[in-house]
Design a protein around this ligand. Structure first.
Ligand SMILES: [Zn+2]
Length: 108
């Protein structure tokens, strides 16, 4: 089972119709603190080696942040649906457009 996604979802979903939780977090990190936190903790988890006594602790910390982020994202149907439709492309392009200076998006 993939560590990055909850059981039954994302990488652990039975089909391949769900985007990875990390993909969703990257797409949302600039708008959602929870998503940015989950990414930070994922990096900390990846940086720790097998046998590191802190690895389990880091995994729990990541899972908590990720679950919070997924709850926050689930309340934003637009982002969730866009990511579902084209998992990687939607996430990457929305992450890119968000990192540009705000202009056209101001009317939202
Ligand atoms: Zn995943």
């Amino acid at each position: 089972m993939a560590d990055c996604c909850p059981p039954g979802h994302g990488c652990n979903a039975p089909g391949d119709g769900e985007p990875c939780a990390l993909t969703l977090c990257r797409a949302a990190a600039e708008q959602e603190d929870d998503a940015a936190l989950a990414l930070d903790r994922w990096q900390a988890l990846e940086a720790s080696s097998e046998g590191d006594g802190e690895r389990r602790f880091r995994r729990r910390a990541f899972e908590r942040a990720r679950n919070q982020a997924l709850i926050a994202l689930a309340m934003k149907p637009g982002l969730w649906l866009a990511a579902r439709r084209a998992p990687l492309q939607a996430a990457v392009s929305s992450a890119r457009s968000r990192s540009r200076p705000r202009g056209r998006a101001a009317h939202r």
